[in-house]
Design a protein around this ligand. Structure first.
Ligand code: ADP
Ligand code: MG
Length: 334
C-alpha cells in the first residue's frame, strides 16, 4: 500500500520587516517538478507586466522540467538514461555545466549527494511518474552502494555523457529546483524586477538586496512541517534551501519512508539531523548541499561547510538544538 505525501507549506516563510506602504506584494503560483513555486514580486521598473514576467518564468520552468526529468520522450536527462550505458550522448552546454557542477558536489561531499540514485528513487516511488505498489527492498538493497557518480564520464571536448556501467539512471531531483532559481532570477532581473522572492519547494531565492525599505531580507527558518520558525536569517540577494524528512515521504503498510536517500544503504538517510538549511548565492549549491548535509550528519556537514567558500548552514538536530556554521552565526537570530 503506497501513499505519497508532500508538504506544500513553505519551509522558510518570509518575515516582512520594515514594510513600506508602496511595497504591496503580488504573489503568483505554479506547479513544476511535482511541487509548488510561488513568485512574490514587491517592486519592478514597470517595463513588463507581472503577467509577462510570471508567464516567462513559467515557460522557463516548463522547458526545464522537460529537459531535466528522468523519464519521458523529449528531455536530455531521459535521453541519457535511455542510452548513455551503450553510447556517448550529446548534451547542450547548460545541461553539461549542471552535470559538471553536480559531480563536483558529489566529489566534495564524498558521495552523500549523488545524482545516480535514479533507480533506487524509482523503486521507492519518488520522483517518477511510475506508481510503485510496494518497494522491492531486496532490489533496493542490492543496488545500494553499487552505482555512483564515478560511473558517469563527461567528455568536455565533445560535450557528451556516458555511463561506464549499465543498470542505473540519473535523478536530478535534489538539485533541479535550486538550479531553476538562478535561471528565474536572471529572467526576472532582465524583465525589470527589482525586488522579489521565489519559493520553489523549500528553495528560496531573494532578488534585490533587501525587502523594500528594510536593511535586508528576513527569512524565517523552520525545521519541520509545523512551520513554526526556529529563527530568522537576515540576508541580501541569495538562495536558501531546506532539507528535512517531513517534506516528502511514502507510506507502505503504515511505515513512513522519506525521500532523502543514503547512497550507501539505499534507505532513507538517518543521521542526527532533523532539518538543515543551506545559504548560498548559487541555488544549485544550496539545494544539493542541503540534501548532502542531511545525509552526512552534523559533524561531517559542519566540517565540510567551513571548508567550502560561500556555503553556510543552520542545522537543527533531532534533539531540537541548533548548530550554526561560522557564517550563519552572523546572519541568524533566534
Ligand atoms: P530536499 O529539498 O528535501 O533535500 P530535494 O527535493 O532537494 O529534497 O531532493 C530529494 C530528491 O532527490 C529525492 O526525491 C530523490 O529523487 C533525490 N535524492 C534523494 N537522495 C539523494 C541523494 N543522497 N543525492 C542526490 N539526490 C538524492
Ligand atoms: Mg535538495
Amino acid at each position: 500500500m503506497k501513499k505519497l505525501c508532500f508538504i506544500a507549506a513553505l519551509c522558510a516563510a518570509l518575515l516582512l520587516v520594515g514594510c513600506k506602504d508602496e511595497a504591496v506584494p503580488r504573489a503568483y503560483t505554479g506547479f513544476y517538478f511535482d511541487t509548488y513555486v510561488t513568485f512574490t514580486i514587491y517592486s519592478a521598473d514597470g517595463s513588463h507586466s507581472d503577467r509577462e514576467i510570471t508567464d516567462s518564468c513559467k515557460n522557463i520552468l516548463g522547458e526545464l522540467e522537460e529537459r531535466l526529468t528522468s523519464y519521458g520522450d523529449n528531455g536530455v536527462i531521459a535521453k541519457i538514461n535511455d542510452s548513455a550505458a551503450s553510447r556517448p550522448v550529446s548534451v547542450d552546454e547548460n545541461t553539461f555545466s549542471l552535470l559538471e557542477k553536480c559531480i563536483e558536489i558529489s566529489q566534495k561531499t564524498d558521495g552523500a549527494f549523488d545524482i545516480t540514485l535514479g533507480e533506487i528513487s524509482r523503486l521507492w516511488g519518488f520522483g517518477s511518474a511510475q506508481e510503485v505498489a510496494e518497494p522491492e527492498l531486496d532490489k533496493i538493497e542490492s543496488l545500494a552502494g553499487k552505482h555512483n557518480y564515478k560511473n558517469i564520464t563527461l567528455n568536455s571536448e565533445n560535450m557528451t555523457v556516458q555511463f561506464t556501467e549499465d543498470g542505473f539512471s540519473l535523478d536530478l531531483g535534489a538539485a533541479a529546483k535550486g538550479y531553476a532559481l538562478g535561471l528565474l532570477k536572471d529572467e526576472m532581473l532582465r524583465l525589470g524586477v527589482e525586488s522579489a522572492v521565489i519559493d520553489f519547494g523549500g528553495n528560496i531565492q531573494t532578488i534585490g538586496d533587501s525587502f523594500p525599505g528594510a536593511q535586508s531580507w528576513g527569512v524565517s527558518v523552520t525545521a519541520d512541517d509545523t512551520n513554526a520558525p526556529i529563527g530568522k536569517l537576515n540576508v541580501g540577494e541569495t538562495c536558501i534551501s531546506t532539507s528535512n524528512a517531513s517534506r516528502r515521504y511514502v507510506e507502505y503498510d503504515g511505515k513512513r519512508y522519506h525521500h532523502i536517500i543514503d547512497p550507501n544503504t539505499g534507505y532513507p538517510a538517518q543521521s542526527d539531523i532533523k532539518s538543515v538549511t543551506v545559504i548560498s548565492a548559487d541555488g544549485t549549491s544550496s539545494d544539493a548541499y542541503s540534501t548532502a548535509f542531511f545525509v552526512m550528519g552534523s559533524e561531517k556537514a559542519l566540517a565540510l561547510c567551513e571548508k567550502l567558500d560561500g556555503i553556510d548552514a543552520v542545522i537543527t538536530l533531532n534533539d531540537g538544538s541548533t548548530l550554526l556554521s561560522d557564517g550563519a552565526e552572523k546572519i541568524f537570530t533566534k
